[in-house]
Design a binder for this molecule. Structure first.
Ligand code: AHR
Length: 322
């Protein structure tokens, strides 16, 4: 009887060892789960960015949990808290605004879940709250828009009056595209920003703000500086309805270089489009894998970008991916 019991115990221990070994192997090969909180669906750029993230995840073998925050920070905070509760392996998000992230990111840190920022940066004192930031240099983009104006008006004594359609209030691209422009034009007093208002990165917002500008500043503005293509397209509609010829009577500077922006350049209505690439999915997935593998990542992964002018638009447009 004692021998039978000893045999059963040996068989149980052997089975348990096999089970533990195979659980260990499964844990090592376990599929990575990424929780991603997206800003919203405010622009053509954003749609392309979402598609890039959603297609890159399965291609990299990553299980993606995706939430659209509808341009509200509180929704992003809720999504991040839910990813922490679900114990995902990595959290990534494109922050709608720069400030107010410390408490939720402290929670992610306490749960030992690494956080990756994509597209937009945040303003936090403790930079250990995120591993890396993947995306564009918005300040440089703003400088690029400013430099184009500097060059375009180099033989014009001015005054050159600019109306600015800003992106979402408090967002990194709105703050930096404004700051980059100011940094360049402040060297020459002929340039003046006479009005500045947020159109929230949407076509409807850009149109609404431009309708008001077109009335208040009729005949007094030379440049529309729109923080993205969607707002530039809305502003073009508003100017045309007001009898102004965008791209001719008024120079239009825009950002993103989406298909819509390119078409407007081909049509002669946007003069220059500063590129901002939304195709961040593959880089993000690589960073996720690296972080899970314990590799050290650079604090900042910048996107390569350029500036497109109207004269080249028709030739380049067929090569554009978004
Ligand atoms: O953060 C990137 C910006 O957000 C893009 O320029 C804009 O189109 C988007 O909504």
């Amino acid at each position: 009887m004692a021998d039978v019991k000893r045999g059963a115990l040996r068989a149980f221990v052997a089975a348990a060892v096999v089970a533990c070994a195979s659980f260990g192997a499964h844990a090592a090969d376990k599929q990575i789960t990424l929780g991603f909180s997206q800003v919203g669906a405010e622009s053509a750029w954003r749609t392309a960015n979402t598609e890039s993230v959603k297609s890159a995840a399965p291609a990299a073998g990553i299980n993606l949990k995706f939430a659209d925050a509808q341009q509200k920070q509180e929704n992003q905070i809720k999504a991040i808290r839910s990813y922490i509760a679900q114990k995902v392996d990595v959290i990534a998000f494109s922050p709608v605004v720069e400030s107010g992230w410390e408490p939720v990111l402290q929670e992610a840190k306490a749960a030992k879940i690494p956080v990756i920022l994509t597209d937009r940066n945040i303003d936090v004192k403790d930079t250990s709250l995120y591993v890396t930031m993947i995306g564009s240099d918005f300040l440089e983009e703003g400088r690029r828009g400013g430099r184009w104006l500097e060059e375009h008006y180099k033989d014009n004594p001015g005054p050159i009056n600019i109306v600015e359609l800003q992106g979402t209030v408090g967002s990194a691209p709105a703050n930096d595209r404004h700051a980059g422009l100011v940094e360049i034009i402040q060297k020459d007093p002929k340039f003046k920003i006479i009005a500045s208002q947020s159109g929230d990165f949407t076509l409807a917002g850009g149109k609404q703000v431009m309708e008001a500008f077109a009335k208040t500043y009729a005949g007094k503005y030379n440049v529309v500086y729109a923080h993205n293509d969607d707002m530039a397209l809305g502003a073009i509609q508003a100017m045309e309805e007001a009898g102004v010829h965008p791209g001719k009577d008024v120079q239009v500077v825009s950002f993103d270089a989406t298909h819509g922006g390119f078409q407007a350049m081909v049509d002669g209505k946007i003069n220059v489009d500063v590129e901002c690439s939304p195709l961040l999915g593959p880089q993000l997935m690589q960073a996720v894998k690296d972080v899970v593998a314990g590799k050290e990542l650079p604090r900042r992964i910048k996107t390569e970008e350029t500036v497109f002018v109207q004269a080249d638009a028709a030739k380049i447009m067929p090569t554009r991916k978004y």
